[in-house]
Design a protein around this ligand. Structure first.
Ligand code: HEM
Length: 286
């Protein structure tokens, strides 16, 4: 007792010291995460891990607060240097994001842990991705609430009637236009919403041609908000060769949605399917 008095033991300083050490240890073990996929980023935020993110790709548009983080590029054009500049300890992505294997290998060679999740474009696939990310980030119990939310929201969706033929066009100006074929996430979304893909001639994405457009003759043309905007709106789209000859062009049935919500298969899946179903339904709101 005397010893303690003599050495002027101060409980407050001792406590502050302990807190400092705990904070230091935490900083050493907390990962610095770069996400190369908008869906992964959104799930990380939903799991309460946004503070761990130090960089994201350009498809990471939701929640809005991600906008303040450094952007490291867009799927196939991502470079290892851009990612490493954010000094990550962990890089998370999906196979769908399409980042080149040699870029991921370069990151691994630089000592960064890289996890590439397999994402299936279905309700079950979304729930599994949530579980996989929560497990990889050591917060498995946090997945449950999110999964319940997905189930509840998807259960409340009403599909569009009449199986309208929908063609999705990815546009970044008139010089960069692609059509979504078989097996694409957007095809699965169209089906979940009650429509059918107007083209089943090829897998993945193909550059748009006037012949393919006229051949597919969609009832509805679906684009990202940013895609239609990049063409100068509905009038710009009508000037693209072939569009005006389709049923969609004749009836000006152009439908837009937020790109990440439409193609991401995120925890907001029910909201996304519901919005698309309303928009492609006969007489639906654009
Ligand atoms: C040659 C192929 C592609 C190019 C050149 C390209 C280019 C771009 C660029 C420049 C942006 C940033 C736009 C901005 O910040 O306003 C962007 C965003 C985005 N891209 Fe791509 N992209 C391509 C393919 C794709 C494909 C196939 C998909 C999936 C369908 C996709 C999904 C997205 C999404 C979800 C965004 C987020 C912003 C938004 O909704 O517009 N991209 N892309």
């Amino acid at each position: 007792m005397r010893y303690l008095h003599n050495r002027s033991f101060r409980p407050l300083s001792f406590l502050i010291g302990l807190l400092f050490l705990a904070g230091f240890a935490h900083a050493q073990t907390s990962p610095r995460i770069v996400s190369l996929d908008g869906t992964v980023s959104e799930i990380l935020c939903d799991l309460g891990l946004q503070a761990r993110l130090v960089g994201v790709d350009v498809t990471s548009t939701y929640p809005e607060s991600l906008q303040k983080l450094p952007k490291v590029g867009h799927n196939r054009t991502i470079s290892a240097e851009g990612v490493l500049a954010q000094k990550p300890t962990l890089v998370l992505t999906t196979e769908k994001a399409g980042t080149k294997a040699d870029v991921l290998d370069q990151l691994r060679s630089a000592g960064v842990e890289v996890v590439s999740f397999k994402q299936e474009f279905s309700v079950e696939g979304t729930k599994k991705l949530i579980t996989d990310i929560a497990t990889a980030c050591r917060v498995p119990s946090k997945a449950r609430g999110l999964i319940r939310q997905v189930d509840t929201e998807v259960a409340g969706v009403k599909k569009a009637a009449g199986r309208p033929k929908v063609l999705f066009i990815y546009a970044r100006g008139a010089g960069t236009m692609f059509v979504a074929g078989r097996g694409t996430p957007v095809e699965k979304m169209i089906e979940l919403a009650g429509g059918q893909n107007a083209t089943n001639q090829f897998d993945d994405f193909k550059p748009l041609t006037a012949e393919a457009l006229v051949g597919a003759n969609p009832d509805i043309i679906l684009l990202f908000d940013s895609g239609l905007e990049s063409l100068g709106g509905a009038n710009g789209l009508l000037n693209v060769p072939g569009i005006a000859q389709t049923n969609a062009g004749k009836n000006k049935r152009f439908v837009m949605m937020d790109g990440h919500l439409l193609t991401g298969f995120t925890p907001r899946l029910g909201k996304a399917i519901g919005e698309l179903a309303r928009k492609i339904a006969p007489g639906g709101t654009l």
